[in-house]
Design a protein around this ligand. Sequence first.
Ligand SMILES: Cc1cc2nc3c(=O)[nH]c(=O)nc-3n(C[C@H](O)[C@H](O)[C@H](O)COP(=O)(O)OP(=O)(O)OC[C@H]3O[C@@H](n4cnc5c(N)ncnc54)[C@H](O)[C@@H]3O)c2cc1C
Length: 326
Amino acid sequence: MSEIFVIVEHRLGETRDITFEMLWKAGELAEKLSHTVTAIILGHEVNSLAENISDRADKIIVFDDERLKNFNADIHKEIIYGLIEESKPALTLIGNTSWGMELAPCLSVKTNLPLATDCIDIMPKDDTIIAQRQMFSGKIFANVSFAESQGCLLTIRSGVFPKDKIGDRKAEIIQKDYPFTDMAVKKSFVEFVETAAGDVDITQADLLVSVGRGIGEEENISLIKEFAEALGGVVSCSRPIVDKNWLPKYLQVGTSGKTVSPKVYIAVGISGAFQHMAGASGAGTIIAVNKDPKAPIFRTADYGIVDDLFKIVPVLKDKILEVRKG
Ligand SMILES: Cc1cc2nc3c(=O)[nH]c(=O)nc-3n(C[C@H](O)[C@H](O)[C@H](O)COP(=O)(O)OP(=O)(O)OC[C@H]3O[C@@H](n4cnc5c(N)ncnc54)[C@H](O)[C@@H]3O)c2cc1C
């Protein structure tokens, strides 16, 4: 029996969704491989975060210290290296986030463990694992196996696993002291600047109505907004819509936008280029409206309407409003 480490990511006192997603996957793998799940929290005044996930891990190791108030990859690397040396976990999961993208490579160099980045799945194989990641902006799915080593590091793409609890666990919470007296750090935290997130977060929406270049003109976007509103959903879009400044960047889905995982994704006038679909493949059900029957989106969509969106969307909207009125 070995451990699966999950590096808990948090910001401004809140556990980030990627942590729950990694704990879900770690729980699933732990059951299949007879491993245990160990969550690692580094921060200041983070005991409530440990309580919050105590039913999702077998062990939680907490380093609570003023010097860990803000993320610093130099310090995280040294502390996590110490834990990996001590426990030799089978794998260590880190978010493929701004934290993880900085931490994982230097941790890989320090531990000499193999690293696969931006993984979208992890499959057990015999006693070990295969990591799946996308290459060439999502055109190719690569299954990565690891040369024999005492563990490996994986960074996990946000939004690819559920946030639900898996299994029935009761973590032992272990408090550890900050291990260094005078560690020389090359970086220091200056300030946290929130990006222009806008008033909606498309990564959290259950229903997205996504609009593409097929909408033709900026003034037609209102049709999609009304449709989304009738459904109780949120508007998102493909990249050309952002490039034309018709909608803000934070609504863009895809490799250079956001990865979303709504229950329902309605793509209107979107061709289904792989750069777009890479961000939408986590959707539960994909419904496409496109007048071209050969549009690539129909290869991925669960349901498709081959017709002019200007004919279909107003009818759907009116029908939904009618049903809602009862
Ligand atoms: C490095 C890189 C990163 C990229 N990142 C992203 C990204 O993050 N997100 C993203 O979306 N794209 C991204 N792209 C761009 C991507 O390759 C596509 O160009 C883009 O997704 C196409 O957007 P679209 O489907 O809206 O437009 P189009 O490909 O032009 O498709 C429009 C569709 O609308 C249909 N249509 C037209 N009129 C109607 C109508 N009246 N009724 C119904 N259907 C109609 C057409 O049949 C067509 O299929 C990236 C490209 C590169 C090179």
